[in-house]
Ligand binder design. Structure first.
Ligand code: KPL
Length: 300
């Protein structure tokens, strides 16, 4: 399709890791004819199935021109450190994870011509063995975080539009991150603790907790200067629950596969901010403790 043709010259994309969202992005780029490879801790050719197609991804080699880094928030500093020697002098790096972006530690690592971006997405993806499924149609918001990123606006936006679009470009990602944080604060702990799909949360039994989590998040967001309308947020959460009904949230998957979750970056961030503004968030505090306990038990 004409609108999917790479711009001239197309950036060569490397995707870090083999998580569900990263492989969804890699598959969509490859199917649209874009050059894309994977940057893995153990270099290997990866074969996957995506939408009835067998796809093969080669290993990314230096110099890396453009890199999507969809790793957990706590893994970002180590991932960027490992990438540094392989980056092209004007490489573009796109971070994408749940929770707030802690880019103050990443920006100083880059040279002035290297661009840093953040992408937040509501797409749902599930990886089961070698099969990757797009389990929830979502959208993404993309922000350039430094001047070097602004020089490459079109090339990065076009690629991300194919990988995880539709993409909205913004100069201020923070309101969008609060918005996404509210969605994750509801769906992720509840699906992890109840070991259920996102769609299960549409059931009546979960509505009192959903309402309470959101009320607490809205109070904290307002105090932090990023007001969220409760009724609109509730509608948005219900919409994500519907559109990703078949998906298992990243936190449910992390518990299932005995990995560290992002609870500290999601609910933990809300609890931390609540303490800063002296706001009581009993349900979020309780959910964080329960997920930490479950994570501890799962990892033993
Ligand atoms: O971000 C997600 C996640 O699982 O981490 C949602 C949007 C809830 C999709 O499952």
């Amino acid at each position: 399709m004409a609108q999917h043709s790479p711009p001239q010259p197309a950036l060569n994309w490397a995707i870090v890791g083999q998580g569900a969202i990263g492989l969804l992005a890699a598959s969509r780029l490859q199917l649209a004819g874009w050059p894309v490879q994977l940057w893995l801790r153990q270099p290997a050719v990866l074969n996957i199935h995506f939408e009835q197609q067998a796809l093969h991804f080669a290993n990314a080699t230096a110099p890396l021109a453009a890199v999507l880094i969809p790793v957990k928030s706590y893994a970002v500093p180590a991932a960027v450190q490992a990438l540094l020697p392989a980056l092209a002098p004007d490489a573009q790096l796109v971070l994408s994870h749940n929770g707030m972006a802690a880019t103050e530690h990443i920006l100083p690592l880059l040279s002035p011509a290297q661009g840093l971006w953040f992408l937040t997405t509501t797409h749902g993806a599930l990886k089961q063995g070698a099969t990757v499924r797009h389990t929830g149609q979502g959208q993404s918001v993309l922000a350039p975080l430094n001047p070097a990123a602004k020089n490459q606006l079109l090339a990065v936006q076009q690629a991300m539009d194919i990988a995880l679009g539709p993409v909205t470009l913004t100069d201020n990602i923070l309101p969008f991150l609060w918005h996404k944080l509210a969605i994750n604060a509801v769906i992720n702990p509840l699906t992890a603790l109840n070991n259920c799909s996102n769609g299960e949360l549409a059931k009546g039994q979960y509505q009192p907790q959903i309402n309470q989590i959101l009320k607490e998040v809205c109070q904290v967001a307002a105090a932090a200067g990023y007001p969220l309308q409760y009724a609109q947020m509730l509608e948005k959460v219900q919409q994500v629950i519907q559109s990703t009904a078949a998906n298992f949230s990243s936190m449910q998957q992390d518990i299932l596969h005995r990995r560290r979750t992002e609870i500290e970056a999601i609910t933990g961030y809300i609890v931390e901010q609540a303490a800063r503004y002296d706001i009581a968030v009993p349900l979020n505090t309780h959910l964080m403790q329960q997920v930490l306990q479950l994570q501890h038990l799962a990892q033993r």
